[in-house]
Design a protein around this ligand. Structure first.
Ligand code: F6P
Length: 747
């Protein structure tokens, strides 16, 4: 900028100099021409009166004085033909005496043809120490006889003074013009810039209404920030609730997120004595997402399933939670029995659940269930669209209950960032192919911007299904599917726990937990305890787990009377026959094993079939010697991670099914195939005999992984990917708009 201004000043100075040269020459010529014509006019008109007074010295003197009265005339002289001075005014310059000028007059007369009749006179400019002068000499004659000549000396120095004044004036005018030409626009630009930066800062800090002229620059700034976000958020370092919130605010401009999930994080239930209690449901989804919601605030749209739910909402079916904190809302949606039957029990849990889990339960697909599933997805999608507070909100659609919702939300809010996460496995394409509505499910999920699974294998299965059943384009480099110009990134995001887990922080010491559990279960002082924590679901391998315990006791008599396995089993989906059967089977199996190896004061299997609130669950985790997670197929399984998180004392062993997503991360667990009862019972024995330092090494390693790969990182990574995608879409959209090509360009 300074350089630009300097160049302008130098340029202007040169221009002024050139113009002033031209002005000087021109004005000088004008003035001189003016003076000479005036002088000649004066001399011509004075000639006769000089001739008349030629012989009367006093009159002649008066005549000359009259001519010299003009302030620009320095002096006048009358010269005889013999070049002597006849009369002159006072101060007539000696340099132009009659003799000095006379010779030149003669020469000029000769040059003009030598005729005194036709000779008009001589003139010249000359420089005196006092300044430039103009000298005019003209013949004076009377009655055809030449008497002599008159000389008049005109002052020209005033022309120089005027030139100087004109130059000064020109410089001042140029300077004023320069100030006006450069200064005013500079000042205006400076003030506009400060207005803009003030306005921009206000908008970036989220204040007030956006002016339309700021839209393009704001979009550019956001793109830039988004790119910076992507780079910055990829940086190593621990993810926390605060970092997640910052990511959301800075790079996605989200004041809040909207989560759509079937299960609500807080259920209001009436107790037997008519009081209302708040329950935390047994759900991995809730365990993972509730801390996200506490960190980000917003709305969780869910089915209101508790007996006291309707009595605890406001006029908009909302309730503020968590109870003591009230940092976000649950927006409850009420479902009729028919809707629940068709959507939740029917298509979601008798169709999709067994379809996606390789747990040998036959999926049931009823057209009526599918219709309810579609209608309920639409109802929830409509509620989500009413709950958002902008046209480009961030919506997290959770799980297999809402496979159609992403597309439905996108139809109403095309600019929304929909992040869908499938918490259960996605089967291979052959298996998915048996679902009569596989195409609709795939298309529904492809309405999202990002579709997450726990593992790469599940992503691959999904992409294979898309390839097999839909006409789409694959971007293999980005792991994206493009369907009708819309792009969906399909990526693995292994879910996890908050860190630190707040239930652990508020839990009693390990010694207290152990003492309490020992007391509650009536265990002997030297007893060993194993634990399982699950919804009673056939995918969890509870039967195989009990059988492995039975085999352990069979093959290792030293543990009989000493080792007990406590199963916290939350009854789940009990309206479905398969779940009722499971309840019975598990109960009978526990009874049989207890009968076989139990004693009046010893129970090998302790089956606690009821809801357990998190503080109780964590007390068991902290008391146990081992935890056995024996899922036959599981997306992630957060029980495994909770057990590791609970063991702040670095004691306890995790025995983990290889068919869980968690087994890919918690590799220091004793990994087993739950169908292999011998292998599993060996692992249980190894766990019970594992030296303390090995337990510590394994736990330390697994805990360090959970510290880094916590649920804030899980959500943060998805949000950062979403921000990146949003930027790409904005840029591509703008490009397409400019080229008037429509979204096809992007695809
Ligand atoms: O495993 C998938 C999942 O959605 C879990 O997140 C959750 O624990 C469970 O299934 C759902 O259970 P429910 O049917 O009781 O909501």
């Amino acid at each position: 900028m300074a350089r630009f201004i300097l160049t302008l000043i130098v340029g202007l100075a040169l221009l002024t100099w050139a113009v002033s040269g031209v002005v000087q020459t021109t004005t000088r010529e004008w003035f001189e021409r003016d003076v000479t014509s005036r002088a000649q006019l004066v001399m011509t008109s004075a000639r006769q009166s000089i001739a008349d007074a030629w012989y009367a010295p006093t009159d002649l003197q008066r005549q000359l004085a009259a001519i010299a009265r003009d302030e620009r005339v320095i002096g006048v002289a009358a010269c005889s033909a013999d070049l002597t001075t006849r009369s002159s005014t006072p101060g007539f310059p000696d340099e132009f005496s009659c003799s000095a000028v006379g010779s030149r007059v003669r020469a000029a007369e000769v040059a003009a043809g030598g005729s005194s009749q036709t000779f008009r006179g001589w003139s010249a400019t000359a420089a005196l120490p006092t300044g430039r002068v103009y000298v005019t000499a003209m013949p004076v004659s009377a009655q055809g006889q030449v008497l002599g000549f008159a000389i008049m000396v005109h002052d020209l120095s005033y022309i120089e003074r005027r030139e100087e004044a004109a130059q000064t004036f020109l410089i001042i005018i140029s300077a004023v013009l320069a100030v006006l030409a450069f200064g005013v626009p500079l000042l205006a630009a400076k003030s506009a810039r400060s207005d803009w930066s003030r306005e921009l800062r206000r908008l970036l800090h989220g204040g007030g209404k956006q002016k339309s002229e700021f839209q393009p620059i704001l979009s550019d700034m956001r793109e830039l920030l988004g790119r910076m976000a992507s780079e910055r958020e990829d940086a190593p370092g621990r993810w926390t609730a605060v970092r997640l919130k910052q990511t959301l605010n800075r790079y996605l401009h989200g004041e809040k997120v909207v989560i759509l999930a079937n299960r609500e994080p807080y259920v209001h239930q009436y107790t037997a004595d008519g009081k209302i209690e708040v329950q935390h449901p047994a759900s991995g989804l809730v365990t993972a997402l509730e801390p996200i919601m506490r960190a980000c605030s917003g709305v969780w749209v869910a089915h209101g399933s508790g007996s006291a739910d309707r009595d605890t909402v406001d006029g908009n079916d909302r309730v503020r939670v968590p109870p003591e904190e009230e940092s976000y809302h649950i927006r409850r949606v009420w479902l009729s029995d028919e809707e629940q039957q068709g959507y939740y029990y029917g298509f979601a849990n008798e169709g999709l659940w067994p379809l996606c889990h390789t747990a040998h339960a036959r999926p049931v697909f009823r057209a009526g269930d599918w219709r309810q599933y579609r209608a309920v997805n639409q109802r929830f999608a409509d509620v989500v669209c009413r709950e958002v507070d902008s046209k480009d909100p961030i919506v997290l659609v959770q799980d297999y209950h809402f496979a159609l919702a992403p597309e439905m939300i996108r139809e109403r809010l095309p600019q929304a960032t929909v992040i869908a996460f499938f918490h259960i496995p996605w089967p291979n394409s052959e298996r998915m192919g048996i679902c009569p509505w596989r195409n609709e499910l795939l298309e529904g999920l492809l309405g999202s911007s990002i579709l997450g699974f726990h593992t790469q294998l599940h992503c691959n299965n999904f992409l294979d299904s898309v390839d097999r059943f839909l006409e789409t384009r694959r971007d293999r480099e980005q792991n994206a599917v493009i369907m009708q110009g819309h792009r969906t990134l399909v990526r693995p995001y292994p879910i996890s726990l908050e860190w630190p887990v707040h239930w652990v922080q508020s839990a009693p010491s390990v010694e207290e937990c152990r003492a309490q559990v020992w007391r509650d279960l009536g265990l002997k002082p030297g007893a060993l305890l194993g634990i399982g924590v699950d919804r009673l679901d056939y995918t969890k391998g509870v039967e195989e787990r009990f059988q492995a315990v039975e085999l352990l006791l069979e093959r290792h008599p030293e543990f009989r009377g000493r080792f007990s396995f406590v199963q916290l089993a939350e009854p789940s989906r009990t309206k479905i026959e398969r779940y009722q059967m499971l309840n019975d089977t598990v109960e009978r199996l526990a009874e049989r094993i207890n009968l076989r190896f139990g004693a009046p004061d010893y129970k090998p299997i302790i089956l606690l079939r009821s809801h357990h609130e998190p503080p109780e669950v964590f007390r068991f985790y902290r008391a146990a010697d081992l935890c056995y997670v024996s899922s036959l197929h599981d997306g992630m399984n957060l029980v495994a991670k909770e057990f590791v998180a609970a063991r702040t004392d670095m004691r306890g062993v995790l025995v983990l099914s290889e068919f869980t997503g968690a087994a890919r991360e918690l590799t220091e667990a004793l990994i087993v195939n739950p169908y292999d009862l011998e292998g599993s019972s060996d692992a249980l024995a190894a766990a019970l005999m594992m030296p303390a330092d090995e337990q510590q090494d394994r736990l330390r390693s697994m805990r360090s992984l959970l510290v880094q790969f916590n649920v804030y990182r899980w959500a943060g990574k998805m949000l950062v990917d979403a921000a990146r995608l949003r930027n790409q879409e904005r840029l591509a959209g703008r490009l397409a708009e400019r080229a008037n090509l429509g979204p096809a360009l992007y695809s």
